[in-house]
Design a protein around this ligand. Structure first.
Ligand SMILES: [Zn+2]
Length: 496
């Protein structure tokens, strides 16, 4: 059998199982459309035919090819060197008289031009010829009733296949009254080796008949889906259809969603499909579907639980992890039912814990916070635009940051604590200082109004005054300081 492109059309028959009766000696009429010429003439005629039908395209292709090769030759260093050598001799050397050199140079130029043209033509021709013979073969297109049924290497090969089809038909029909339309042949170019499969040609010959033949129908729930001539092929089609839905997880028997049978019966030859044709047909139309089951085993993580124990030694909102939790692991086996690859059901068949999760034990504070409790974390006393940073400014040290804003906006305590200053302070205007009791003190300057007094305990976020422009200030802003153990530090590194 040819290892060429398969021809998907018509009936299937195994040529090895067909005995060609000796009485069958019918000759196939060879109607070749090409003139009776020898050698390359038919080839050349076909080429001319192609030029006629696709003249513009052929011209473009040839031009492109020609220019490519021409460029390659003119860019070739060896040829360039040789040409330059002659140029040099004729122009530069004093070996000849000037007149002689000039005369020679003019004719040399012409030679040079022709030389290049000749080289180009040679290269193009060599290339085209090589390409042609490497990629194309000559074959015969077989036509029955005006339709191409395949391509063979030779007419005798086609005739042989025609005779096989004919005797197969005669053998299957008890009456012996069987004939097939005679084929016509057309010479044509074929992609190298791309001849039609023998079996496909035989089946295609048979499918041109309107007679009935004994074959095998694939029946789903009592309805004929398609028919083939070969019983084994029918089963092969069914198993190929199943195979596309089988993977490494598939378990158990692979079945169909309908009762599918292969039934021997009389079938019209022209309705018979090839093996590939039948497979394409059921893949596309899905007259019945493939039912599969898959078993999937996965390792799934089990999240740990958190056990919270109240602890009266800690304040509310405080937490302490006593022992860290650890995720567990389980092996889960799932059975997935699918119809033509689409999931229809999912059942967990088993679950095995391979590692128990470890509970995380956390102590949670239950003690009420005292008034003015310092959290140790500062909040922004006012949300505005930073207008001046901590550090040196105009030769003087700026001991806080300035936050620009609107007069009358509330200014909040950055953390809980005790008010240790609330009143006028030179340069700072209305000024508030809060001791947080943990080594930190915060200060708020230029307030338009003070809402607290010395000795008062304030909560984090409590309004202690209003933003203003008092003291040495060039515009409404809050001057904010953080003092750590008596030393001014950059508030920006404490505000989140
Ligand atoms: Zn300031």
């Amino acid at each position: 059998m040819q290892n060429g492109k398969r021809h998907r059309r018509g009936a299937i028959i195994n040529p090895q199982h067909v005995n060609v009766p000796k009485t069958v000696n019918e000759k196939v009429e060879n109607k070749i459309e090409t003139p009776k010429k020898k050698g390359f003439s038919p080839l050349f005629d076909n080429f001319k035919k192609m030029l006629k039908t696709q003249r513009e395209k052929a011209k473009e292709l040839f031009k492109e090819l020609f220019n490519k090769i021409k460029n390659r030759i003119t860019n070739s260093q060896k040829i360039k060197n040789a040409l330059e050598f002659f140029d040099f001799i004729l122009l530069k050397t004093q070996a000849f008289t000037k007149d002689f050199r000039e005369e020679m140079f003019v004719s040399w130029r012409q030679v040079r031009k022709r030389l290049l043209a000749a080289l180009t033509v040679c290269a193009v021709l060599t290339f085209v010829t090589t390409l042609f013979y490497k990629t194309l073969s000559i074959g015969y297109d077989i036509y029955v009733n005006g339709k191409s049924i395949g391509v063979t290497e030779s007419i005798s090969e086609a005739t042989r296949l025609y005779n096989i089809a004919l005797s197969a038909g005669k053998e299957s029909l008890s009456s012996g009254d069987f004939s097939l339309e005679k084929p016509r042949f057309y010479l044509r170019f074929v992609k190298k080796g791309a001849f039609t499969d023998d079996k496909a040609i035989v089946e295609a010959f048979l499918s041109t008949s309107d007679k009935f033949i004994e074959g095998y129908a694939v029946v789903a729930d009592g309805e004929v889906v398609f028919s083939l001539l070969d019983e084994k092929d029918a089963y092969r089609v069914l198993s190929s259809y199943k195979a596309q839905y089988i993977n490494e997880n598939t378990i158990g028997e692979v079945t169909f969603d309908k009762n599918v049978e292969v039934v021997k019966k009389q079938i019209p030859l022209n309705s018979v499909l090839s093996k590939d044709g039948a497979l394409d047909y059921i893949k596309l139309n899905q007259p019945f579907k493939v039912v599969t089951q898959e078993r999937v085993v996965e390792n799934i993580s089990i999240p740990y639980e958190v056990a919270q124990t109240p602890d009266s030694s800690m304040y509310k909102g405080e937490k302490k992890v006593v022992s860290k939790g650890e995720n567990g692991e389980k092996v889960v086996e799932t059975i997935i039912s699918k119809v033509n690859g689409e999931e229809t059901e999912k059942v967990v068949a088993s679950e095995t814990v391979t590692k128990e999760p470890v509970v995380e034990v956390v102590l949670v504070g239950s003690k009420e916070k005292p008034k003015g409790f310092a959290t140790g974390v500062f909040m922004r006393p006012y949300n505005g635009t930073l207008t001046s940073r901590f550090g040196s400014r105009w030769g003087r040290k700026h001991e806080g940051i300035d936050i620009g804003g609107k007069v009358g906006d509330p200014v909040k305590a950055a953390d809980g604590g005790k008010v240790i200053y609330a009143g006028w302070m030179s340069g700072y205007g209305n000024f508030v200082k809060i001791d947080h009791g943990n080594g930190y003190v915060t200060a708020y300057g230029h307030l338009s109004k003070i809402n607290t007094s010395v000795g008062k305990t304030v909560e984090k976020g409590e309004v202690i005054g209003l933003l203003g422009n008092t003291g040495r200030s060039t515009g409404p802003h809050l001057h904010f300081e953080v003092i750590k153990n008596g030393k001014h530090v950059d508030p920006l590194s404490y505000l989140k």
